[in-house]
Write a protein that binds this ligand. Structure first.
Ligand SMILES: NC(=O)c1ccc[n+]([C@@H]2O[C@H](COP(=O)([O-])OP(=O)(O)OC[C@H]3O[C@@H](n4cnc5c(N)ncnc54)[C@H](O)[C@@H]3O)[C@@H](O)[C@H]2O)c1
Length: 458
């Protein structure tokens, strides 16, 4: 079949896979190839069990695969034939040298730029899909346009705003798509080509155009604002626990103010995921490098509060269980950083499991999707940790149960059965505030929820 355009995506991860699957579904006239250096990941995308759990994704992949959606490890061949290249490689926090712990590690990014240049026989549009520090496009342009082949590359920013767990719905019906480019004639022409892709299904008014630096920065700022709301309500949850105010009631009362709005006001054990902390620290580092110390400190406090909230949860378990958890079985229900994903990156459950293991508790990790990854994340904890997918078995003989992921099925558990199988007195810590605390207290549990007065039988 003759395709109108050939699109390549470098990086077949949580962003590259779902985004390209959606573009393939909506743009049957475009050929989409997704490449990755991770051969096992590509084999999984081509096999019966795709490598990412995401509601609705498997169906889209099955429908488009080998029609106009292809997965391959041949990065060089993909580059050679592509007109437009999306780059969705990982951009983790730098762990060494200047900026360690905060700056983005751009080594994968730069390698990709050099590989694109080495394999290009014609100029191309390069689209930054990964989240990157503001002004990265400038570095990429310098590498790409420093060639002696007379080739010209336009580098655009099209950050991804999907949320894991709802990626397909987010991609199908995005609040907005943001496309930033240089405002030169070539830049605007390239911008139009990327707009044309999304205009296949996204209403034109929801496609926002901007200069390339605004687009790059907007992604960092969006994540910083979202995380800041979580840390803000979590800070208030601590005050509620001291004052008999209820954080759910406070969140509802303030969220009905249309200037504040109700979303991202749910108090919890803390935010996780691969992006929030990384992107805020990246913003902090950028501000520091421009000498904006006050701005950097302001945003860094969002991350610090989040770390404190997770440690505070461990402290609550410890102090409630008479200041010792050594040898006590504690079941953690949920290990993914949120429901409907198997992703555990930066999950608060990791901090909680480690904090309890340090106190020599016998931690039992349960999760419907994330147990295989949890085994990898916690492999150094040795005999202090066990893994059990079945939540009922995980709770058998436990002194305490902690809810760490808001999986829907945890709301519907038979808590009479769980209570009967636990040690007495039984403790329940709801790190996601998803359970009916009063009903559980009436059954006999001692219930500790985030931002609520403890319901204790002593
Ligand atoms: N995960 C999310 O929800 C999300 C949402 C929005 C934006 N982002 C951003 O998107 C980017 C990618 O995130 P992700 O979660 O998909 O990461 P990921 O780790 O799941 O996937 C990245 C993939 O890129 C591959 N890769 C790395 N270097 C490569 C190279 N030189 N050639 C080919 N493949 C290469 C890796 O093997 C990996 O499979 C990050 O910058 C992230 O901040 C992520």
């Amino acid at each position: 079949m003759n395709f109108k355009k050939k699109i390549l995506c470098i990086g077949a991860g949580y962003v590259g896979g779902p985004t390209m699957a959606m573009i393939a579904r909506k743009c049957p006239d475009y050929k989409i190839t997704v490449v990755d250096i991770n051969a096992a990941r590509i084999a999984a995308w081509n096999g019966p069990e795709i490598p990412i759990y995401e509601p609705g994704l498997e169906e889209v992949v099955r429908q488009q695969r080998n029609k106009n959606l292809f997965f391959s490890t041949d990065v060089d061949a993909g580059i050679r034939e592509a007109d437009i290249i999306f780059v969705a490689v990982n951009t983790p926090t730098k762990s060494f040298g200047e900026g360690a712990g905060k700056a983005a590690d751009l080594q994968y990014w730069e390698k990709t730029a050099r590989q694109i240049l080495a394999n290009s026989g014609k100029g191309k549009i390069i689209v930054e899909k990964s989240t990157l520090p503001v002004r990265t496009a400038e570095a990429m342009e310098r590498i790409l346009n420093s060639n002696d082949k007379g080739l010209h590359f336009e580098v655009l920013s099209n950050p991804e705003f999907l949320a894991e767990g709802t990626a397909i719905a987010d991609l199908e019906n995005p609040d907005r798509v943001l496309i930033g480019s240089r405002e030169t004639p070539e830049g605007l022409k390239a911008r139009q080509e990327v707009v044309d892709i999304y205009a296949h299904w996204v209403p034109r008014k929801n496609i926002i155009e901007s200069n390339v630096w605004s687009a790059e920065l907007s992604k960092l700022v969006a994540n910083a604002f979202l995380a800041q709301r979580v840390s803000s309500i979590n800070s208030i949850s601590a005050l509620c626990e001291k004052t008999e105010a209820d954080v759910g009631e406070v969140a509802y009362a303030i969220g009905t103010d249309s200037r504040i709005g109700p979303k991202f006001l749910k108090a919890s054990v803390g935010f996780g995921g691969s992006c929030f902390q990384k992107d805020i620290l990246n913003l902090v580092y950028i501000c520091q490098s421009y000498g904006l110390t006050e701005v950097a400190d302001y945003w860094e406090s969002v991350v610090k509060l989040n770390q404190w909230q997770q440690q505070r949860f461990v402290q609550t378990i410890l102090s409630s269980l008479f200041n010792t958890v050594a040898g006590k079985r504690i079941a953690l229900l949920g290990f993914a950083f949120k429901a409907d994903t198997g992703d555990t990156r930066e999950s608060p459950a990791i901090t909680v499991a480690r904090g309890l293991a340090e106190e020599h508790a016998q931690v039992v990790v349960s999760d419907p999707k994330a147990v295989p990854q949890a085994k990898i994340d916690l492999k150094d904890l040795g005999t202090f940790v066990e893994f059990e997918v079945d939540p009922y078995k995980a709770c058998e003989g436990a002194h305490a149960v902690a809810i760490l992921t808001e999986w829907k099925q945890y709301k519907d558990l038979d808590f009479d059965r769980i209570l009967a199988s636990m040690q007495a007195p039984a403790f329940l810590f709801d790190g996601r505030n998803i359970l009916d605390h009063k009903a559980l207290f009436d059954k006999g549990f001692n219930v500790f929820a985030i931002g609520k007065t403890p319901l204790s039988h002593f």
